[in-house]
Unconditional design. Structure first.
Length: 332
């Protein structure tokens, strides 16, 4: 019998995601991938996967996942979503082994937006252009999940060894400040416009999604109109259209755009911004490229448990992340 997970219930923003579909933007294909890649990496680490293994991403509301395999090892990371198995609470940021027929219930997020359920071996949905990530709007890599969907597993059973937990779980969904590097079109804004961008408390709007987060606050003044020749967009680019309110590009962003970009969120803070729920406020802090490089996340984090990570598992994880998503080494 094939090992799989069955979705008895699925939240409206549930999909399969890995670290993204790189190397295709020049042909108009957006990377997609996890909205909070750090949480995805941590969930995968806890079950012994490589950092980019495909997992179940859930936004604001989880669902119910039934185990249709002899045994599976799972770990949940990201938003503060309550977990239960057969009515008993289950801890996030640690691994658990579930048996056939057990159901894992994931509730609504109390803090944060995006939660990740990783399974030892990863999800074995079809790869499209080298990735299992779902791009919501285009349908590349799949579609939004619904009740009754089946997720095949790459591993038939749970691995041996003890369960692992993260020694110092991060606080998700409360980032008050997000660091940015100004530009590449900062000169398209007046001094007053730049000041407004950096001094305002911006509120995340409910219209935000995996393509872009819409922010509300004072209008940012353009110096010479709000149209430019379309050029490349990266994850974290902050466009300012004619409304004067920022649009922060997210995982499903378009590949080019014609609004000037006032700044780019550094890679170390992209996940923290993505975890801000509608209504949350954020302030941007300008840093230099050198400061952005210094903020790179160091891997691996400390895990607790009697089992030890093998050297192969450690070497499977990138030790640092990039500055912004404009370039990912090895992805073209």
């Amino acid at each position: 019998m094939n090992a799989r997970l069955v979705l008895a219930r699925a939240g409206p923003a549930s999909s399969v995601q890995d670290l993204g579909r790189w190397g295709w933007q020049h042909q108009g294909v957006a990377p997609a991938g996890a909205m909070d890649s750090e949480s995805l990496r941590l969930a995968n680490l806890l079950v012994g996967n490589a950092p980019g293994a495909a997992a179940l991403e859930m936004g604001l509301l989880g669902g119910e996942i039934l185990v249709d395999a002899d045994a599976v090892r799972v770990a949940f990371a990201g938003a503060a979503m309550p977990l239960r198995v057969e009515g008993a609470p289950l801890a996030a940021w640690r691994s658990h082994t579930l048996a056939r027929g057990q159901g894992l219930t994931v509730g609504a997020a109390a803090e944060g937006v995006w939660g990740y359920l990783a399974v030892a071996g990863g999800l074995a949905t079809a790869e499209v252009l080298g990735s299992r990530s779902t791009h919501w709007r285009s349908g590349v890599g799949g579609r939004l999940l619904k009740a009754g969907d089946v997720l095949p597993l790459a591993r038939a059973g749970a691995p041996g060894g003890s369960e692992l937990r993260l020694a110092d779980p991060p606080v998700v969904g409360r980032a008050g400040r997000v660091r940015v590097v100004l530009g590449p079109q900062a000169d398209r804004f007046t001094a007053a416009g730049l000041a407004a961008f950096l001094e305002a408390d911006w509120r995340v709007l409910p219209e935000s999604d995996r393509m872009a987060y819409r922010l509300d606050g004072p209008a940012i003044e353009h110096a010479a109109g709000f149209n430019i020749l379309s050029d490349g967009i990266v994850r974290g680019s902050i466009q300012v259209p004619g409304t004067g309110r920022p649009l922060v590009m997210q995982a499903d962003h378009q590949t080019t755009g014609g609004y000037p970009k006032i700044a780019t969120v550094i890679s170390a803070d992209i996940g923290a911004l993505a975890q801000l729920a509608p209504g949350r406020r954020v302030r941007f802090v300008a840093v230099t490229a050198a400061q952005a490089r210094a903020a790179r996340v160091t891997w691996p984090p400390t895990l607790l448990g009697s089992g030890q990570l093998t050297s192969e598992q450690l070497l499977a994880h990138n030790l640092v992340s990039g500055v912004v998503d404009a370039y990912a080494p090895g992805h073209g």
